[in-house]
Design a protein. Structure first.
Lengths: 482, 482
């Protein structure tokens, strides 16, 4: 089958060179391409359709929890970025600066937003007056720019698409609740739609968002044993409220600083999908975020356009009517075998084959992208069976990813164990940590692993710091990260 | 009713000062606000919801006609912008330039995209190889930046949101067909969803897109007698294909330059809605693009929370189940009268009042935003009646706008007539034009009117140029434009 397919042969094997395989799949499945703008990618229609599906699902979950979308300016005057000290320190090195416009040199440099706290908080200071205005639950879908030295398609690009939520609350408790609620929504998106299990938890101080009191994240484990931070939710406390003077009159008619959160997830999620589920034949998409869930390939023999194709079209209509994102590949310039390999490379979860023999038997052949298992299904009830198999594939992909994650999560009781794990297959390493910055820095210097999250509640048995042997303040997950 | 409403009293009357009224409505209905970034606006949630509704409708129409979304970089290297001579001449004066990033001065300046032909065509040159790759029908939803001296909320802002379609075709005929097809989609959006009649037609050379062979536009007439260009569709011919070397191998195995189109519409459409339909009480939204189509206001008297509110909630559920975007205003800090005025200001097409007397009669009171006409409707069948009235309001708003447009479209047979019209109530002025740039420029200098479109087919009776008296090559529509 693969013999007549040039595409598949050209893909580096996942087990041979994971990085090269990743780039091959992203480019040959036409998810994205390099652009003449160094570090910036082009998201091609197939990749953008995946993004639309996960974006729309996130958007629905945001709206169900009372959030509304808004849009704030792309440019942030330098003086605004400087208002919150930690924030500017964290982001200034990555900023792209606009210095002239309309043929004139500007008096003040403008940052192309690396994130929008500074411009959004300046508006919140105008809009928030009373406890009646709270909570204020806004989200923005936008592009942001962060100047990166080393970039990788979807995973780290100088410009990326994302959503950034920015909320304002009357109390510290409500802000913390919101921070965790949105973390939960990221977890749901990852697990229920992307079929990728995540660990959630708080970041150590050295890994938190510049300007936040506390940062929480969802962390995924990739097949190369590295962790991918795939969504973050920040409790900003009153840091920005004080920097931007966001105050409200309480029910008790006292003027109080507000409490805030922000949270974001990006086009990086598409890269996570590729890495987690793909195989040597290319992309494998979980059905819930697959632009094409089932592709119908008619067997082209004899007068197939007058016979097989008509039945294929009828099946297409039936699948579409049942709400399946189905596509009929009726190109006559390619053989069925070439089409099989082509759609496998593009990760379509289910293939529906229809040939002359199937028509005699009033059946179609379903082939799963995950294991190529074939099933012969009568036309009567085909749509229901396709939907059942799609759900099964969704579950299978999640189970497979979970098994990998669990098999690659290890406990380290000593520094030697930690070092050995990081020198070998890596993965998530659970261990105790005293809470000291020096110990965290030492592990990073020696193994390049960083604390991905602080586990809460702490699992038992991690009483000593893996680095210094002192009393552990936390149980944490170390990993090398993207 | 308005007596206890501070908001309404604060709105400038539309008839007294149209410009001030416009800004009042945009800001007080919370569609948008000024930002600290000069010339850039913040689109607030209510305004963004209107944008989402019209964006989603356009997106559906694009996809129904075979277009796919993609995403291209925000920055365009200066050398790419310069490849098409007319293009750079037209856009360079409006560009915002990025000159440093990541702490270093860049070797080449980067334009923040004012439009994306230059970056997109550089990719098309890589992707288009054979006639089999054509047509290539892509669209992008994005932000763009054009440095503007004078800005107005939604109508002209330094940054705006838009969609830009970019297509590639094998023949000149197909490109022209596509150009007109997309013009037709803009017309449908305007007339069927925004309830705004448009004139469509070709632009004169002095008004066409920088780099295009032919530009077509939809033009709306605003209540102040000025024209608003609300969507443009460009036939680019082979100009960009030659500048960027976009060539394909034809069926006859010859290497040919491709033919292209581009077309765009922007957040300006929200401004068009405000101006066209609004009145002295504020915004009036056509139901098809109203985030809230029907607002239920319970009459708060006595123990209303235990009685009236329960019925109001039931009606809300019924309306929502019927697919109506309904909202229940159950705030107890405001009187019903205040709420009426507040929702009128926000342009909600239909108000549903429910009070104790209505409950006795098993009815609700519907009040139209357009003429405040009341109708008493039994609960049984309420949702159907609400939907019927919403459709009627949609039709009424269109008819009203069309009547205004027709009443303000005048023929000018002489230069004096043209000048008088432009000195008075303005409007669309139909007249003959010899096709000369000098005549066009003279009219602009004398009256500030420009040719909005060339009428095709030409209406009869415009045989002489309104400016020079020579033989008319075209019948055109002159107007002062936004």
């Amino acid at each position: 089958m693969a013999a007549d397919n040039d595409f598949v042969k050209e893909i580096t094997k996942k087990s041979v060179d994971f990085s090269a395989w990743y780039v091959d799949v992203v480019r040959k499945a036409e998810l994205a391409d390099y652009s003449p703008m160094k570090g910036m990618m082009v998201i091609r229609p197939y990749g953008y359709e995946v993004w639309e599906l996960l974006r729309d699902q996130l958007d629905r979950m945001f709206k169900e929890t009372g959030h509304r979308n808004a849009y704030f300016p792309l440019f942030i005057p330098e003086s605004f970025l400087q208002k919150e000290a930690e924030h500017v320190e964290g982001f200034a090195p990555e900023v792209a600066w606009v210095t002239s416009g309309g043929g004139e040199v500007l008096e003040e440099r403008l940052a192309v937003r690396p994130t929008s706290e500074a411009i959004i908080c300046s508006m919140y200071a105008k809009w928030v007056k009373s406890w009646r205005d709270l909570p204020l639950l806004y989200n923005q879908w936008a592009n942001v720019v962060r100047w990166e030295k080393v970039t990788r398609l979807f995973l780290r690009t100088t410009e990326f698409l994302w959503q950034e939520g920015h909320t304002v609350h009357a109390t510290a408790e409500e802000a913390e609740e919101e921070t965790l609620r949105m973390l939960g929504i990221y977890r749901r998106l990852a697990e229920e739609y992307l079929a990728i299990p995540v660990v959630t938890g708080r970041k150590s101080d050295s890994e938190k968002f510049a300007g936040a009191v506390r940062t929480y994240a969802i962390e995924m484990l990739m097949p190369d044993g590295k962790a991918l931070q795939a969504g973050t939710s920040h409790n900003l406390g009153q840091n920005f409220a004080k920097a931007f003077n966001i105050r409200y009159e309480s029910r008790e008619q006292k003027l109080e600083y507000a409490w805030q959160t922000s949270w974001g997830s990006t086009t990086r999620l598409v890269g996570a999908l590729v890495m987690t589920h793909g195989d040597d034949s290319g992309l494998v998409l979980p059905p819930r975020v697959a632009p094409v869930q089932a592709v119908i390939v008619p067997i082209s023999a004899g007068n197939w356009r007058e016979t097989v194709l008509l039945h294929a079209q009828r099946l297409l209509d039936e699948l579409k009517a049942a709400g399946v994102r189905a596509h009929l590949d009726d190109r006559d310039t390619f053989t069925p075998g070439w089409k099989y390999a082509d759609w496998e490379m593009r990760g379509v979860p289910l293939r529906v084959e229809v040939g002359p023999k199937d028509i005699d038997k009033h059946q179609a052949v379903l082939v799963s992208r995950v294991d190529r298992k074939k099933s012969f299904v009568p036309w009567d009830g085909l749509a229901a069976e396709v939907k059942r198999q799609l759900e099964a594939i969704q579950g299978e992909l999640y189970a497979r990813a979970l098994a990998f994650r669990d098999a690659n999560t290890h406990d380290a009781r000593s520094y030697a164990e930690l070092r050995d794990a990081m020198a070998g297959g890596r993965g998530f390493i659970r261990c105790g940590w005293c809470g000291g910055r020096d110990c965290e820095a030492k592990v990073k210097a020696d193994t390049s692993a960083t604390i991905r999250v602080i586990l809460d509640p702490p699992p038992p048995g991690f009483d000593a710091c893996v680095a210094c042997g002192g009393k552990a303040a936390h149980a944490v997950l170390f990993a090398k990260s993207y």
